[in-house]
Design a protein around this ligand. Sequence first.
Ligand SMILES: *[C@@H]1O[C@H](CO)[C@@H](O)[C@H](O)[C@H]1NC(C)=O
Ligand SMILES: *[C@@H]1O[C@H](CO)[C@@H](O)[C@H](O)[C@H]1NC(C)=O
Ligand SMILES: *[C@@H]1O[C@H](CO)[C@@H](O)[C@H](O)[C@H]1NC(C)=O
Ligand SMILES: *[C@@H]1O[C@H](CO)[C@@H](O)[C@H](O)[C@H]1NC(C)=O
Ligand SMILES: *[C@@H]1O[C@H](CO)[C@@H](O)[C@H](O)[C@H]1NC(C)=O
Ligand SMILES: *[C@@H]1O[C@H](CO)[C@@H](O)[C@H](O)[C@H]1NC(C)=O
Ligand SMILES: *[C@@H]1O[C@H](CO)[C@@H](O)[C@H](O)[C@H]1NC(C)=O
Ligand SMILES: *[C@@H]1O[C@H](CO)[C@@H](O)[C@H](O)[C@H]1NC(C)=O
Ligand SMILES: *[C@@H]1O[C@H](CO)[C@@H](O)[C@H](O)[C@H]1NC(C)=O
Ligand SMILES: *[C@@H]1O[C@H](CO)[C@@H](O)[C@H](O)[C@H]1NC(C)=O
Length: 531
Amino acid sequence: MFPALLVFFLLAAESIGTLAEDSTGLNFIVAFPENIANYYPGDPQNKVRITAMNDNTQVTLQWFNNAPGGPDTLNKGQTREYPVDVKMELRKTGFSNKTLKITSTKNITVQAINCKKTSTQTALVMPTDQLGTKYFIPPIPNIQGTTVPSDIVTTDVTERAPFKLVIVNTDKVNHVTVGNNQTIALHPYELSQVWVRDNASRTVQADNAVAVLFGHTCAMKDNCTCGQLYATLPPANNEMLKFYIPPILAQNASDKAFVLLSERGSITRVLAFNKDLQLVEAAGTAIFYRPGLLLTLIPETDFGSCYVVNTVPDMQTFALIVVNKSLTDGVHNGTLPLQNPRWQELKGTEYVSTLVAVGNQSVIWHASSKMAVYFLGKKDNAWFGNPAPVISKTPDFRGCVLAPEVVKIADVAVGWRESLKYCNDKGLNLISFPKAQLQSHIYGKILQLNNHTVQEVWIGMRRSSRTGEWYWLNQEPVSATNWDEGEPGTIFDGMCVLMSLETGKDFVWSGKDCCMAAYSICYKEPVLFWG
Ligand SMILES: *[C@@H]1O[C@H](CO)[C@@H](O)[C@H](O)[C@H]1NC(C)=O
Ligand SMILES: *[C@@H]1O[C@H](CO)[C@@H](O)[C@H](O)[C@H]1NC(C)=O
Ligand SMILES: *[C@@H]1O[C@H](CO)[C@@H](O)[C@H](O)[C@H]1NC(C)=O
Ligand SMILES: *[C@@H]1O[C@H](CO)[C@@H](O)[C@H](O)[C@H]1NC(C)=O
Ligand SMILES: *[C@@H]1O[C@H](CO)[C@@H](O)[C@H](O)[C@H]1NC(C)=O
Ligand SMILES: *[C@@H]1O[C@H](CO)[C@@H](O)[C@H](O)[C@H]1NC(C)=O
Ligand SMILES: *[C@@H]1O[C@H](CO)[C@@H](O)[C@H](O)[C@H]1NC(C)=O
Ligand SMILES: *[C@@H]1O[C@H](CO)[C@@H](O)[C@H](O)[C@H]1NC(C)=O
Ligand SMILES: *[C@@H]1O[C@H](CO)[C@@H](O)[C@H](O)[C@H]1NC(C)=O
Ligand SMILES: *[C@@H]1O[C@H](CO)[C@@H](O)[C@H](O)[C@H]1NC(C)=O
């Protein structure tokens, strides 16, 4: 184990899972970039899709200049699509208040779907509390007829303008610097569209949090149509990150597939897809590009353990999963292991990936590890996609975790009855773990937690004072047990169960006098999400 992590566990002596964020939240702000789609005007069929994590979730959508609509109620696992007013589609460059504010009483995930004629793009909308103040602008892919300098005209002809950034403000007055010298002031919930003109400086720096979209109104040229292309940028990160590139993304396009890298806001690189090495390490932002698809890559540090993937009606939709090749068995869809995945190796890495078709809704989770999951769609021959919404970053063998389990070693040594109260006062229970699988899971957790000064702990099992029978506090039957040799003794040897944490003793149990002073293990089960 990494030394710094060990120190953390020693000091904390408590496990509440990782603190890293997921894609769920209560407040969102969404913008809908312009889509030329055809060279004659047409209305978009834009949508937002919302999934609730809890029952009785009240969701409110507020269009820029309207009063908020009455709240809509969603239940746990429910997904609903809301059509977006055609007037919300952005035009040209400059300022606008055409933003959609989504608020909710409980955690939800939000995906934006932009659709006009045959052109479709989707985006994962991050909750506003996870947006950043700094972003790295990726280099621009070379697209014939769109970005080759001689094609670019900065007039009113938007389909021949450069790539754009859409900078969407959150709830405070904001000042945003784009590149070296362009500063813009934004009202709350206002946005500005800015051309990406030069390669000099590749950062967006704001006083308060903003969302940044990167794309073009007309980057997919095909038979006199031209589709929108865009991706949501992740907040800047100066740390060295690992990005894994599933080879299926480059299939049938191996000479037209690239990774667009922006590092530390100053260096940009356009890497051709490498058939021998499907790992890119960089301190910055990485976006996969193939004609029609800009896909923000998920760095290894942001891998999650549970994702939700939904279908888009009338389109083929897929989940693209990237996982450690020795841990593919842990990938589940709902209650079942993933059915018949065909794993493909990522060259030069320990990872594999698979592309699986998705029915109405898939809750894709891993029992013991983290992984990356992308939502991908295909319409005609064009791909679109985005990182799938992360529900959790804490793997658990029981399923997709909404609130991780809590395992705590008490910091006082008291009798069994007092231990019961000690745990209850902390909103926890003296641990009951009747099943063998949960026992070995908890032993693993305790190994991470114990500071080796605690040698024995009370657990939530004892004899009934009426019958002398052993029982668990949570009422489940006593089946798998881990008694020490010669244990349990008689009623006179003890009525309460003490577990050994001594090295080499395999967590064995013994019956002891309930009044003896000992530490204890307090526990709270995880809250699981089922779609
Ligand atoms: C957006 O709204 C604010 C506040 O109502 C207003 O001051 C500003 O001019 C608006 N911006 C645009 C581009 O209309
Ligand atoms: C919502 O999700 C955040 C993490 O994104 C979590 O900290 C919080 O407890 C969740 N809130 C509810 C009400 O579940
Ligand atoms: C910003 O810098 C560019 C060159 O990097 C220059 O052409 C332009 O005039 C500058 N704009 C302002 C407002 O200073
Ligand atoms: C911008 O940078 C990219 C990648 O580094 C390069 O391919 C492109 O030619 C540059 N464009 C200009 C106008 O310098
Ligand atoms: C181009 O579009 C036109 C009109 O939609 C259609 O008739 C034609 O078959 C298309 N050509 C190709 C090569 O797809
Ligand atoms: C590659 O082409 C084959 C045959 O046309 C098609 O079935 C497959 O979906 C394509 N793969 C990708 C990733 O586009
Ligand atoms: C993949 O999993 C194996 C087995 O758990 C582990 O030893 C290895 O370090 C993992 N590889 C990566 C890159 O995480
Ligand atoms: C997951 O299960 C759901 C419900 O059974 C099904 O509709 C969906 O296609 C499955 N997804 C995957 C990726 O296997
Ligand atoms: C999938 O969604 C469609 C339309 O929303 C619905 O009619 C159908 O019953 C759903 N199928 C399942 C298996 O939930
Ligand atoms: C070890 O844990 C016990 C009980 O939680 C606590 O009293 C003690 O201070 C801890 N020791 C160290 C070195 O953290």
